[in-house]
Design a protein around this ligand. Structure first.
Ligand code: DAK
Length: 260
């Protein structure tokens, strides 16, 4: 684990083989996404990309907050240059483009950039105490790290407008009903459940996982005719893992996937 031990604003652990857990570690600031935190997270994900021992990553915060969003105290009077900061943009891009499955385990507040980070996760479980919101309007801003685009695609225009224009928070039950999260649990079970899901995910072929994630994400970014034809091209790829999957089924044994 040495390669992941150099961070201050995140804690990185490997609770199961092939599963990495990133815990946001700025509790006193409600895990606000400072530039340093984002850079550390991007660095850990970059290492995880090339780490064959990582097939799935769980992202979590603490009991009070998954994350309260961009660090408002870092915003200078002329706030826009801070958002256009190249390092900050690069960090968000790295998280956006991470090819392995990301699972969010949300307890407490997921607000602003914290909610946008949730939107970048592929599976989202949350505790009953979770609160989601895009309060940027209250500081005369908007969810500009992808929220204005991803939120309506996920929960629909009227609901996204309600959240973005009022800045109101929604609770775990509503977030589940609106499709922002996949499961709601007692909050002391959130991380264990996310890790359980991650363990199942991580037993599958890494190449099939990456292809599946890429294909599902295409449905948000491309017209249907284009994404359907790209999906077919991906299906035509023959991989050793696919051969291994079929052989293991026929031979009634567990598959041994290599990612080739
Ligand atoms: N940034 C910095 N510090 C924060 C913070 C944040 N987002 N949220 C909380 N903190 C700090 C508090 O200032 C406080 O610090 P001290 O006073 O102890 O030094 C400490 O965390 C504990 O906070 P509270 O005392 O307020 O704790 P509570 O449990 O009572 O309340 C809360 C928790 C999360 C409901 C509350 O702190 C809160 O409302 N926080 C602000 C949430 C928020 O507004 N998030 C959105 C941030 S803006 C873009 C444009 C805009 C954006 C991005 C891109 N482009 C154009 C590219 C904006 C993104 C955002 O996320």
């Amino acid at each position: 684990m040495n390669k992941y031990e150099k961070y201050k604003n995140i804690l990185v652990a490997q609770p199961h083989s092939r599963v990495l857990q990133i815990t946001l570690n700025r509790s006193r600031a409600r895990n606000a996404l400072s530039k340093k935190l984002l850079a550390e997270m991007a660095d850990a994900l970059t290492i995880a990309t090339g780490d064959d021992d990582v097939r799935c990553v769980v992202v979590t915060g603490d009991h009070k907050a998954f994350s309260a969003g961009a660090d408002i105290k870092e915003m200078p009077e002329d706030g826009i240059p801070m958002f256009a900061d190249a390092e900050r943009l690069r960090a968000w891009k790295t998280i956006e483009q991470f090819r392995k499955p990301l699972i969010a385990a949300v307890n407490g507040y997921a607000l602003g950039g914290g909610c946008e980070l949730v939107l970048l996760c592929d599976i989202v479980v949350c505790g009953k105490n979770a609160q989601f919101g895009t309060p940027e309007i209250k500081i005369s801003a908007f969810p500009g790290d992808g929220g204005t685009q991803r939120l309506p695609r996920l929960i629909g225009k009227a609901r996204a407008m309600y959240m973005i224009l009022t800045g109101a928070q929604i609770n775990a039950t509503l977030a589940y009903e609106w499709g922002l999260v996949s499961e709601v649990l007692p909050s002391d079970q959130t991380i264990a459940r996310a890790l359980e899901i991650a363990k199942v995910v991580s037993e599958h072929s890494p190449i099939a996982l990456e292809m599946s994630k890429a294909e599902v994400l295409m449905s948000f970014s491309k017209p249907l005719d284009e994404s359907l034809s790209l999906e077919r091209q991906m299906l035509l790829w023959q991989t050793e893992d696919h051969d291994e999957g079929i052989a293991s089924f026929i031979e009634k044994r567990k598959p041994k996937y290599t990612g080739r």
